[in-house]
Design a protein around this ligand. Structure first.
Ligand code: SIN
Length: 481
């Protein structure tokens, strides 16, 4: 199925804008073209910012309840169209249909959540040190914002940024990944259909990401940028943001440890390791990258994990029964192959998987590597693929040391029945998200974000909207005159 030709959504118009050429969106399961999109230019980005800046004050002054209605109706429409949106997502990104449907719901949940938050942006009054003064705090939208979003969650990583931006009264320009632009453009259509005023949102897609991002970063009118992607690109954007002192939210790379203690519920730990590792074919920032298992249950864990991973059906996500889709592009397969080859060469045991499937499509079989050690690449770089690397450990102290020995600090998981350990590790593991006996902690009402080189800021939850609000202090004098 061909989805046809899309247009960019710039300043409230569906247009080819200044684009002189188009580019193809390719299905990673078939390598066939599924749609064609105009290749947005820096001039298009400038036009989108101009329009956002022109309508910013008006949008900031709308009633919170009206902004909430738009978000709520968009969520309802997304759910009503879930089957279609999921098919589009599977065709551009590869994740199996059931998972794509799950992502559509996950994405809609951020719109619902921030519809509620829109109406709860409270200020403060502060006791004054002068009888003649009253001190007030009010909150106002930061202004024009921009989001640069990744391909691995083509809808949810947009609504997790757009929801709070719109709720707070900010306009937003979105530059989605050129690998998965269709879900983003469909979202823009939905928001337009539920009455989002023209210019408040632009979605434009182009293959020259650095050139498009530069327009955003150089423009002083853009007051905040939210980015999900690699730590390397995040650092470049943070440096660029310094020139106009923009606020930034950075949701960057991770290298999640997954600790399984001998007192854990073994079946639950294995099942959660599989769902955590294999969500999105392992292409998430919160995937378990290093699975540490305490020595007494090590071999049993490895065997049970291999049984489950080895029985997962791999194929085109549009087909019934498929639970593992393709990776996003050939380079992703190459990285997985490199990590597996390096680990095996350095003594890891290939328990199951370890094969790239022949073309068409960029498929890699779910893989378990046991007896991994810290000299191997897989313990240092994000694999972003379906490879579970398992390592033994002896003591809690050793497990915490291994877990924290990384520049990343996004998500960590641990499985134990010891309630004291649950609290100790929550405090000692240097991560922003902790799954204690939980392999899938992400949800709209909880704060998502990392520490160390995994980023700054939080998305989702009551904290997420604060990233789009400026605090203003009003000192009101002359009360007694
Ligand atoms: C990500 O991998 O970037 C996001 C994952 C999530 O929302 O759970």
């Amino acid at each position: 199925m061909e989805l046809g030709t899309y247009q960019n959504y710039i300043g409230g118009e569906w247009t080819n804008g200044f684009a002189k050429e188009t580019f193809d969106v390719v299905n990673p399961a078939t390598e066939q073209v599924v749609a064609t999109v105009p290749n947005a230019t820096p001039e298009d980005m400038q036009a989108a910012i101009d329009k956002a800046a022109a309508v910013q004050d008006e949008w900031a002054d709308t009633l919170a309840g009206d902004r909430a209605r738009i978000l709520r109706e968009a969520a309802v429409k997304m759910r009503a169209e879930a089957d279609r949106l999921a098919r589009i997502m599977t065709m551009e990104e590869g994740k199996p249909l059931a998972e794509a449907r799950g992502e559509v719901n996950y994405a809609a949940s951020f719109l619902d959540w921030f519809a509620e938050e829109a109406t709860r942006v409270y200020g403060d009054t502060i006791p004054s040190s002068s009888p003649d003064k009253r001190l007030l705090v009010i909150k106002r939208p930061v202004g024009v914002t921009a989001a640069i979003t990744p391909w691995n969650f083509p809808a949810a990583m947009i609504t997790r940024k757009l929801g709070p931006a719109l709720a707070a009264g900010c306009t937003m320009i979105i530059k989605p990944s050129e690998l998965t632009p269709l879900s983003a453009l469909e979202l823009a259509r939905i928001l337009e259909e539920v009455g989002l005023p023209k210019g408040v949102l632009s979605v434009l897609v182009g293959t020259d990401a650095p050139a498009l991002a530069k327009v955003i970063m150089d423009d002083i009118r853009v007051r905040k940028v939210s980015f999900t992607g690699s730590t390397e690109v995040g650092k470049i954007l943070m440096r660029q943001a310094a020139d106009t002192v923009k606020r930034v939210s950075m949701e960057l790379g991770g290298h999640a440890p997954f600790l399984v203690f001998a007192d854990a519920d073994l079946e639950a730990a294995v099942a959660n390791a599989v769902s955590c590792k294999m969500r999105g074919m392992g292409e998430t920032c919160v995937s378990a990258n290093r699975i540490y298992v305490q020595r007494p249950i090590y071999e049993e864990f490895v065997q049970k994990l291999a049984e489950r991973m080895g029985s997962m059906r791999v194929g085109n996500g549009l087909e019934d029964g498929v639970i593992v889709g393709p990776l996003i592009e050939p380079a992703a397969i190459e990285k997985v192959k490199r990590h597996v080859a390096d680990a095996v060469a350095k003594g890891a045991r290939l328990v199951v998987g370890g094969e790239a499937k022949p073309a068409p499509g960029w498929f890699y079989t779910p893989t378990v590597l046991a007896d991994v050690n810290h000299s191997m690449l897989i313990t240092k770089e994000e694999t972003f693929g379906p490879v579970a690397a398992v390592l033994p450990f002896d003591t809690e102290e050793e497990a915490v040391r291994y877990a924290n020995d990384t520049p990343y600090g996004l998500a960590a998981y641990y499985f134990t029945r010891d309630v004291g350990r649950v609290f100790r590790l929550a405090e000692r593991l240097q991560y922003g998200i902790l799954g204690a006996n939980d392999g899938i902690p992400s949800t709209a009402q909880a704060p998502f974000g990392g520490v160390k080189e995994s980023g700054v800021g939080r998305e989702g939850s009551k904290y997420g909207i604060a990233e789009y609000l400026d605090i203003k202090y009003v000192s009101l004098g002359g009360i007694l005159s």
